[in-house]
Design a protein around this ligand. Sequence first.
Ligand code: AMP
Ligand code: MG
Length: 492
Amino acid sequence: MMTNINTAIDTVWNLDNSYARLPDIFFSSQSPIPVSSPKLIILNYPLATSLGLNVTELESEYGINVLAGNRIPKDALPIAQAYAGHQFGHFTMLGDGRAVLIGEQITPWGERFDIQLKGSGRTRYSRGGDGRAALGPMLREYIISEAMHGLGIPTTRSLAVVTTGEPVVRETLQPGAILTRVAASHLRVGTFQYISNWGSTGELQALADYTIKRHYPKADDDENRYLTLLKEVIKRQAALIAKWQAAGFIHGVMNTDNMTISGETIDYGPCAFMDKYDPATVFSSIDTRGRYAYGNQPHIAAWNLARLAEALLPLLHQNEEQAVKLAEDAITDFAALYYENLLSSMRAKLGIFNQEQEDDNLIKALLDMMEKYSADYTNTFIALTFDKFSDTALDGTTEFTEWYKLWQARLDRQEEAKSSSHQLMRSSNPAVIPRNHRVEEALKAAVEQEDFSVMERLLDVLSNPYAHMPKQAEYSTLPPPSACNYRTFCGT
Ligand code: AMP
Ligand code: MG
């Protein structure tokens, strides 16, 4: 059997291991399990460069072997992280069951990013799983996470996908693959839940201090730094979820282990973008009750944050009643924070710069019409941006004609010229989103024919969705009716 080999010199990686310096309860040492014949499928050049990584060396035999888990860079201390989480409302112990954190890349600019290999083999947290991942889902994560980045939505990113040369058993045999995930950190709401359940108050405090240092250093000086931490996480999540809603993104599996403390979107399993506007939209095949439906995401976020607040209670105040009161107040603030963020995104989508009391109603009336006439969410905003409605479901309806007049009057009441509104709308309404039928088409070509060109073209147009270039126009085509009942799978 192959074993991982350490190399003495590493000019590619500059790794630190701050997480591995936390108490033992937080992780277990775990090398990736070597694979037989790694092959590089895709490498993210701009991301590699922004991490201070040498692209030529990453593409070398050594570089690919690192991305496959066969070689461990100097200064790496590979670990699997422990965490718990509420999955569809049920609390359970989880942990990295098929991923290994090889270390934290320190960029030449002093930033710190987790480098995680996903699909790298079994760990002590694997339970019944094989610890592996299939090529299709790893490319799907690559495409959607990079699309989110292009849209300006905070997200973990994808550095590379390699195939392993070993099949994985799913419904059918699939090529095995490993994704290199890059994240501000992999701290999750579930990490706090884990330590709150199975750790000591000292360990909980160590985790909170670590988090403050890594993500919220300003909280350090506050009198109640742990309350500030909670409030700051709530703020970031409120901003994140508003961005999801404005883009029509449905995460699909908002379990507490899939919610980060950094405010990045994580874990691209059954996620998908909504076509026609409907708050009840669910894509995930296992979400039979619509717990994670589009319109429910803000409520679920608040619910998840309440689980974080519970975990932090012993640090918020010595007096339990006082601690609960502080936590409740912080959670109550989420709804208003979220709505402020949402309104500001939606105003921008409509070319509105300032604030008026009635904006809320103007936006709601548009969304209600879109729901009533099954209008495509993304394309409606493109139509408004370019003032071309012939292809939209709203065209010619009395409600829309009336609404349009109100909207124009609203734009006339602000100082900015119509041309400025148009610019704002161009940079707030994407020409292209990763529509399900386009993603499927790219994955089919990649997995079944080893043709990666369809995916590369898709990634190219998704990288700058606000450019409104002619080559992006074909990507706004709606799915054929046969693809409208699209289903996603947690998967894997
Ligand atoms: P996810 O649905 O990707 O958020 O994963 C939930 C939990 O299942 C995490 O603890 C994962 O590490 C674990 N898991 C998912 N797929 C596998 C697999 N193929 N082998 C082992 N563990 C897995
Ligand atoms: Mg997960």
